[in-house]
Design a protein around this ligand. Structure first.
Ligand code: M6P
Ligand code: ZN
Length: 186
């Protein structure tokens, strides 16, 4: 048996080896932010990297796990902080664990029935995402948010509901304070 392992450098936010890597820029999330004018104005001059994901893959078998890190930059699009797309799992009845290594964030969680909550997710926090709950990470700090995640290998991503409806809550900068507001487009 070859057991998989890697070294995780939390200070640098690096994995010694990985087999998935993705970079998401603002243009990849254009439909996800509320302020479409701010999106277009920003993309017109630059297309900033919002986040990078590094991780391991495994055969998509129930019972196996995958893991990795996500590095979410600090910034804003209009009043909204940089964030991930957010997703339900394609296999809805699967959970996930996130461990914040560096930075200051919040998570927005939403059930298929539309119950939506925002919770703190700052360095040192281990957050258990229950099965069925969609999840989005938001960087409400002024430095990179780095977190480790462990997820069932067969979970997959389902973005359809999020791209159509968004989450019920947005995290916005109001006078320098991260503030949870109801999504005005819902
Ligand atoms: C975490 C994990 C990944 C996910 C990434 C970005 O690293 O949950 O599975 O891809 O966040 O989130 P999203 O795909 O919703 O933009
Ligand atoms: Zn997930």
């Amino acid at each position: 048996m070859n057991f998989q392992s890697y070294q995780l450098d939390a200070t640098l936010g690096k994995l010694s080896n990985y087999d998935i890597q993705s970079t998401s820029r603002l243009s990849n999330l254009a439909g996800y932010f509320a302020d479409k004018t701010a999106v277009q104005n920003t993309i017109a001059t630059a297309d900033p990297i919002l986040y990078r994901v590094y991780g391991t893959t495994r055969p998509a078998l129930a019972g196996d796990l995958i893991s990795g890190i996500t590095l979410l930059n600090a910034g804003q699009v209009g009043q909204e902080y940089y964030m991930t797309k957010g997703h339900f799992h394609a296999v809805l009845d699967t959970g996930e664990v996130y461990y914040a290594l560096r930075g200051s964030g919040m998570m927005v969680l939403e059930s298929p029935e539309g119950e939506c909550q925002a919770v703190d997710f700052a360095a040192g926090t281990v957050l258990h995402i229950p099965p069925r709950w969609a999840h989005r990470t938001v960087n409400v700090g002024s430095s990179e948010l780095c977190f480790f995640w462990v997820c069932p290998a067969n979970a997959g991503h389902d973005y359809a509901t999020i791209i159509e409806q968004g989450f019920g809550k947005l995290i916005v900068n109001q006078d320098g304070i991260p503030t949870v507001i109801d999504n005005p487009h819902r």
